[in-house]
Every structure is written in structure tokens, then in C-alpha cells.
Design a protein around this ligand. Structure first.
Ligand code: ADP
Length: 526
């Protein structure tokens, strides 16, 4: 063994990469200084070996690291620093042969201390050649990297644990994209949420998780751009599972840059918030419904409260008025009192009507509009209402003409139909003052038709579609009083009867409201 190494050493040329140990160019002072340095360095085991591998010099660092004092180890073969399995494989000898050939050998591996314990060593062995290039021995520098090695292992372990953690998380899809947006890792949560197995999706562009309309708008690419520019991108939006179904996703994309500032890819964390969104939406709908219910209830309670004092007040005013009117020796002040009482009574009546409308609206919105049908004649009812409004018509300077060729029988709620007629006629008087009004009642292919037509201010085309909505008015309050409820109630009543109501109007020329009603005689139709 030794002789074969020697043979080979003889044949080595000096300039094959080997270095010369002595660099002091023979200056004895410098030599002494170097010796001192080497002897005293404690962080490095610095030793020399003779050609056979026996320890020839030993410094303080070597003693500290390996535990031998110089006198114990000088002349001993350096293979004792190696674990038995390395010695069995001839490793120490092979290393020297390599150094002789190539000038240098470096490795990290386990070595033995004197007490048999192991340490992780960084070892550099260098060929020592004299000025002629003849190999004189070996220099060996060893460092104890045990701490570093353990720290590295701990790091690796923690990285491994972290990887396992991420891989096994079920509630979050956690995966990475390369800078082009292709999937490069995939965890259990991603598989659970998106239904792709890793092998199906690795290397695929992540745009497949977006709905087609988002892909068409280039949204995936824009998300990556935002993440790359601002560090992160976050949103809640629809995403697509493998089977094409949608889920509501909370998404965070984080750009991953290396220390040099190069974009390495993106981390994506996605959560399935579908259920949460549904719960939230349900809650919102419930809240809205509760609010509407509360408002309707308020409207109902408030109108009842407002109405209660009005009825006795009206009765009192009426009886006072009668008492004053029947007073035989009425003097001027008494006549004026009668007139004032009448005005007050009419105001109370108006108030009562308004409140009645409000009550109707609240009944309608609570679904409590009930019809009390009975056989009746629409023509007769129209005639009755018109004659009741003769005084108001005169006051408004209107003539009301009824065109009704025949009785129109039907099975309707009489009080409600009276309300319809009243609303339409009072509107015509209000918005068509000073002009003639025509009420037309007729049958047309099994439908009862009622038209109230005026020649008044008319309704602008843009307002016409909305005049039947509650609280909607097409006029300013200053000129015309009202709450915007009459037509709403009218439409609700007509529709409850299975009919419809329409408006035709030209601004400045008048309006015609037409009610079309099934007769309601065939009960199976209702
Ligand atoms: P109100 O008359 O109390 O405002 P309505 O529900 O009866 O409420 O009518 C809604 C709106 O429709 C009115 O404010 C008015 O602008 C318009 N309108 C109703 N009838 C007529 C009509 N005959 N001529 C012109 N405008 C009308």
C-alpha cells in the first residue's frame, strides 16, 4: 500500500496543482511568526502529516477540536480520526492518494474525537511540496461544523415539516405558480376545493380556475400583474371547479421575489366561501324583509292611531253644524259659525280619506287586501259616484258626462270598485279642472271596460310608466295636493279582480284611464 503510493508520488510532476507550504521565501522571522500563528489558532485544527499519513505537527486548535494533546498523537496515523466504517473502506488512504494526484482534497463528513464522539468536520488536505516540487507531506485543516450541520438539519426538518403541513391542509387551497402562471405545487386543500388531482393540474395555466367571462377579460393575467407590481392581489369572486361548477372564492396571490429581486413565481391561497356567502345573502334578505315588515306594521299602526280621533271629531262637527243650521233665529255670527264648521268638517273628511288610503296601502303590502264580491252593476255605480261628485265638479268648473249604453253586470267588490271610480274621477277633477270629463262604461269581448277621460294637464311620457307606483307623483306638490297613493290603490284593486288598468295621455291635452275587468261571473275563473 505504502509503496504503491510512493511509486505514484514519485511520478507526480510538481506543477499538477499542488501548492507549496512554505511561502516565507526562507525568511526565518516570517517562518517563526507563521509557526506561532498556526500553533495558536484555536478555531482550526491545523496539522501536518508525513508521507505515510502520520501526524507530524499539531496545533492548539487540533487539540481543542479533537481532544488529543500533541504528545499523545504525534507519530500516530491520521486514520484514527475517521469512523471505523470509513477506515474499513480505505477512505483515509484514498484521500491522501487524491491529494498527491490533484494537490487538494476537501469534504465535509463525520470524524472522531479522542473520546469516540463524532463531530461534523470540514476538512481540507493540501499537498506540501518543496521548492523542487517533491511531495514532502500533507497539510490538514479541519473545522468543527457540528453546530452548523445541526442548524442546517433543523432547518431542513422544519422545512420538511412545513411542507408536510402545507401539503396536508384541507381548508385552504395553497399552491404556487411559476412566473408565467403555471401551477407548480398543489396541496390537499387545493384538491378538495377545486377537485383536480396534482398530476392533472401541475404545469397547467391557472386561468382554468376562472369563469370564461373573466378569462375573456384577461382577469387571470391582470391579477398576476397586480401581484407582481404591488406584492399581492386579493379578491372575492367566482371560481370554477374541475366539473365546471362555481364556488365563491376568497383569493390572495402573493408575488415571490428572490433576494436579487427576480420574480420567482406566486403563492396562491384560496378559500371556499360559498357557504359563507349564501348565509350572508340569506341574512341580508331576511333583514330586508324584516325592515319591510316593520315599515308596513308602522304604517298600519300609525294610520289606525291617526284615524281614531277623527271619527268622533267628524260626528261632533256634524251635530254642531246641524244644531247651528236648525237654529230658528240665526244671526250673522251664527251663519259664519255654520260656514266655519262646514269647512272644518270637510278638512276632517279629507284627512280621514288620506288616512284610509294609507291604511289600504298597508293592507295591500301586508297581503291583506280581501275582496268581498257580490253581483253588481258597474253602470249604476258609475252613475251614483258621478252624481255624488256633482258639487265638486261644479266647483272645479267641470261637466261630467256618463256614456253607458247598458247595465254592466259583474261579480265585484262593490266598495272597492266605488273606490276605483272615486279615485279616477277625483283625479280627473283635480288635474282637468275647467274642462269636460267623460266617463265611458261598456262591454268589449267579455271584459267590462271603464274609461275616465279628461282634457287636463296630461302626463309627460317619461312619467306615464310610473304613475301607478305608490308615492309617485308627476306633479309638484305646490300646485296639487296628494300623496301619490290613489292610482296605486286603484291598480291593486283592479288586479285583485283579475283586471288591468292603463293610461293614455298627452302632455297638456288630457289623460284617459281605462280599467279592463273580467266579469267574475264564472267562479272557476277566480
Ligand atoms: P295623487 O293624485 O294623490 O298625487 P295618484 O296616485 O292618484 O296620486 O296619481 C299619481 C300621479 O299621477 C299624480 O300625482 C299625477 O301626477 C298623475 N295623475 C294622475 N291622474 C292624472 C290625470 N287625470 N291627469 C294628469 N295627471 C294625473
Amino acid at each position: 500500500m505504502r509503496s504503491s503510493l510512493d511509486d505514484r508520488l514519485q511520478s507526480e510532476s510538481p506543477d499538477n496543482g499542488g501548492i507549496t507550504y512554505v511561502s516565507s521565501h526562507g525568511n526565518p522571522d516570517v517562518d517563526a511568526q507563521l509557526r506561532l500563528l498556526i500553533d495558536n489558532v484555536r478555531d482550526y485544527a491545523i496539522l501536518t502529516l508525513d508521507l505515510e499519513g502520520r501526524v507530524a505537527s499539531w496545533n492548539a486548535g487540533a487539540e481543542r477540536i479533537k481532544g488529543y494533546r500533541a504528545e499523545e498523537i504525534l507519530g500516530q496515523h491520521f486514520s484514527r480520526f475517521y469512523p471505523p466504517e470509513d477506515v474499513a473502506r480505505g477512505k483515509p488512504q484514498a484521500e491522501l492518494e487524491q491529494v498527491a494526484r490533484e494537490g487538494r482534497f476537501e469534504e465535509e463528513g463525520w470524524r472522531l474525537r479522542k473520546d469516540g464522539s463524532r463531530f461534523w468536520a470540514n476538512v481540507i488536505i493540501t499537498a506540501l511540496r518543496d521548492g523542487q516540487g517533491t511531495l514532502q507531506g500533507f497539510g490538514k485543516v479541519t473545522r468543527d461544523f457540528t453546530e452548523r450541520k445541526l442548524a442546517q438539519e433543523r432547518l431542513l426538518q422544519s422545512e420538511e415539516r412545513f411542507r408536510l403541513l402545507v401539503e396536508n391542509i384541507q381548508d385552504y387551497a395553497i399552491y404556487m405558480l411559476d412566473p408565467e402562471g403555471r401551477v407548480s405545487t398543489w396541496n390537499a386543500g387545493a384538491e378538495r376545493i377545486k377537485n383536480y388531482r396534482a398530476e392533472e393540474v401541475l404545469g397547467q395555466y391557472f386561468g382554468r380556475f376562472y369563469p370564461p367571462e373573466d378569462v375573456a377579460r384577461d382577469k387571470p393575467q391582470r391579477a398576476l400583474r397586480v401581484a407582481a407590481e404591488e406584492g399581492r392581489f386579493e379578491e372575492e369572486a367566482w371560481r370554477i371547479r374541475k366539473d365546471g361548477s362555481r364556488f365563491w372564492a376568497s383569493v390572495v396571490i402573493t408575488a415571490l421575489y428572490d433576494p436579487q429581486g427576480t420574480l420567482r413565481g406566486f403563492a396562491k391561497v384560496t378559500r371556499d366561501f360559498t357557504q359563507r356567502k349564501q348565509t350572508q345573502e340569506r341574512r341580508e334578505v331576511e333583514m330586508l324583509r324584516d325592515a319591510v315588515l316593520a315599515r308596513d306594521e308602522f304604517l298600519s299602526v300609525a294610520s289606525h292611531e291617526l284615524k281614531t280621533p277623527l271619527t268622533p271629531l267628524q260626528l261632533k262637527l256634524t251635530s254642531l253644524l246641524r244644531a247651528v243650521e236648525n237654529h230658528p233665529e240665526a244671526t250673522l255670527p251664527v251663519v259664519r259659525l255654520a260656514r266655519d264648521l262646514d269647512v272644518a268638517r270637510r278638512q276632517v273628511r279629507k284627512l280621514a280619506d288620506l288616512i284610509e288610503d294609507l291604511l289600504d296601502v298597508s293592507r295591500i303590502s301586508m297581503g291583506q287586501l280581501r275582496l268581498d264580491r257580490s253581483p253588481m252593476d258597474l253602470t249604476a255605480l258609475a252613475r251614483e259616484v258621478i252624481s255624488r261628485y256633482t258639487p265638486q265638479a261644479q266647483q272645479a268648473g267641470c261637466t261630467v258626462e256618463l256614456e253607458a249604453p247598458a247595465p254592466i253586470p259583474g261579480n265585484w267588490d262593490r266598495a272597492r270598485m266605488e273606490q276605483v271610480l272615486t279615485n279616477l274621477i277625483t283625479n280627473a277633477l283635480k288635474y282637468g279642472a275647467g274642462k269636460p270629463i267623460r266617463v265611458h262604461v261598456r262591454m268589449d269581448s267579455r271584459l267590462a271596460l271603464l274609461t275616465v277621460q279628461d282634457e287636463g294637464i296630461g302626463i309627460a311620457p317619461e312619467h306615464q310608466p310610473r304613475v301607478f307606483e305608490r308615492f309617485v307623483r308627476a306633479v309638484s306638490e305646490r300646485n296639487y295636493g296628494g300623496l301619490g297613493l290613489g292610482l296605486f290603490i286603484t291598480q291593486q284593486i283592479v288586479e285583485a279582480h283579475g283586471g288591468i288598468v292603463q293610461v293614455r295621455s298627452t302632455l297638456g291635452q288630457g289623460s284617459a284611464f281605462t280599467v279592463l275587468l273580467p266579469q267574475g261571473l264564472d267562479t272557476t275563473l277566480d
